[in-house]
Write a protein that binds this ligand. Structure first.
Ligand code: COA
Length: 146
């Protein structure tokens, strides 16, 4: 099934917000996504539908992943890995080497995804998340460049 990775656009926001609301107990407000349109936020389109998204912030050679989600019924099909592969292509061209992100301590699926992608834990932010209150695991990955 061919997939397209492209910048998030205004007309994607309904679908993106629906995925967000179906994915998190403390979802971002829709306005956050409106602001994200200014930054490095991308969607994956499959069968002409938004299958997932990623929001990132780049500062010099660092990229922080602030949000990522895949439509619940499309999970475990390699879409998140595809999202990261496409993100790396964009960030490699900008000489970005260092990646950072936070994940809820109980979010095994995301933690395993990041481990598979080569991220490792560098810290813990106590009680960082709400609804329910939970620690955030801080992870990082340094991109090997040829
Ligand atoms: C985390 C998430 C983005 C993964 O998306 P996905 O498209 O299902 O992931 P992929 O199919 O690309 O999986 C890649 C790898 O991640 C790991 N993984 C993904 N889902 C997993 C699960 N439920 N349990 C254990 N490992 C999992 C596996 O290592 C997997 O590789 P494998 O299938 O060869 O074993 C998805 O579960 C999701 O949207 N969750 C809700 C939102 C969220 O938690 N975002 C992260 C916030 S920090």
């Amino acid at each position: 099934m061919p997939m397209i990775f492209r910048k998030m656009r205004d007309e994607d926001l309904d679908a993106v917000y629906n995925i967000e609301a179906a994915s998190f107990s403390d979802p971002w407000l829709r306005e956050f996504f409106e602001m994200e349109l200014e930054y490095d936020s991308y969607v994956v389109v499959r069968d002409e539908e938004i299958a997932g998204f990623i929001c990132t912030m780049q500062v010099l050679d660092e990229c922080t992943v602030t949000n990522i989600s895949v439509r619940p019924e499309l999970r475990r099909q390699g879409i998140a890995e595809y999202i990261f592969k496409c993100l790396y292509e964009i960030m490699d061209d900008r000489d970005v080497r260092y990646y950072y992100l936070e994940v809820r301590a109980s979010n095994q699926a995301a933690f395993e995804l990041y481990r598979k992608l080569g991220f490792s834990q560098i810290g813990l932010r106590k009680d960082y998340y709400h609804n329910p209150v939970e620690d955030a695991i801080v992870m990082t990955m340094t991109r090997k460049t040829g």
